[in-house]
Design a protein around this ligand. Structure first.
Ligand code: 6PG
Length: 245
């Protein structure tokens, strides 16, 4: 179903969602490698994508030697910390695939200042895309999750990073229940992507999914509107259960 330049796909089970996500990943990766010789993907943390990353990690036919993996957002903790998104993505995907080490672009968190980490990450992104011949970083694929408060990446409601229009990254002090400082991609990076896939499952997300997709919401996830890219919501039946369509 196409709604407001978005494609909303509701599937019965997590396994069906993973299957469709792998199909999409494969098509996007193969086209990118054919067109430009490499594929760039920025991955989110959280619980939802774990099964997808594990499934991708078992896939030996994807062009991993032409793939560059970036991180959508990171908690300002060491790589071996239980809250580290890099650690989760490495455990589930990176250590299982034949990807050159220099194709992995984590957010370095050993600096003593999250702002400095955010600046360094932005420089890494800019220099990577410059070296690849494009001045404006445009990820082939950005995989996003959705928090029940409407956040995505580490772009939380009513935080200054939502207003960033120039820089590709920002350091964020998340609200209350989220403990650690974060570094996140901002809308200038996210909304310039060629494909953005929201992967959302579970009853707890049904109301925020409805609000983001079917109302003129100002929640951060509703501000994800790629200028000239494709936006896909990949939902299980529970997360899509309150959609009118
Ligand atoms: C993070 C993620 C975050 C996540 C949502 C949904 O660092 O936690 O990037 O934006 O995608 O919070 O998380 P779940 O998939 O665990 O529901």
């Amino acid at each position: 179903m196409i709604y407001k330049n978005r494609e909303i796909i509701v599937l019965k089970s997590l396994e069906q969602i993973i299957g469709r996500a792998v199909e999409m990943w494969t098509g996007i990766a193969e086209n990118a490698v054919k067109d430009r010789g490499f594929f760039t993907a920025a991955l989110s943390g959280g619980r939802t994508p774990v099964r997808l990353y594990q499934t991708l990690g078992e896939n030996t036919s994807l062009p991993w030697n032409r793939t560059h993996i970036f991180i959508v957002d990171e908690r300002f903790v060491p790589f071996d910390h239980e809250d580290s998104n890099y650690r989760m993505i490495n455990d589930t995907l990176l250590q299982h695939i034949k990807i050159p080490a220099e194709h992995i672009h984590p957010v370095t968190t050993e600096d003593d200042d999250p702002c400095y980490s955010a600046e360094k990450y932005e420089q890494d992104i800019i220099s990577f895309f410059k070296k690849s011949g494009s001045n404006v970083p445009r990820f082939d694929l950005i995989l996003l999750g959705l928090g029940d408060d409407g956040h995505t990446a580490s772009l939380f409601p009513e935080t200054p990073a939502l207003k960033e229009t120039l820089h590709l990254t920002a350091s964020v002090t998340p609200p209350g229940k989220f403990k650690k400082e974060r570094i996140t991609l901002t809308f200038p990076a996210i909304n310039n992507a060629e494909h953005i896939i929201f992967l959302v499952t579970g009853d707890s997300k049904a109301e925020v999914v409805r609000e983001v997709i079917e109302t003129d919401s100002s929640l951060p996830a509703a501000m994800v509107r790629p200028e000239n890219g494709k936006l896909i919501f990949l939902l299980d039946k529970s997360a899509g259960s309150l959609l009118s369509g």
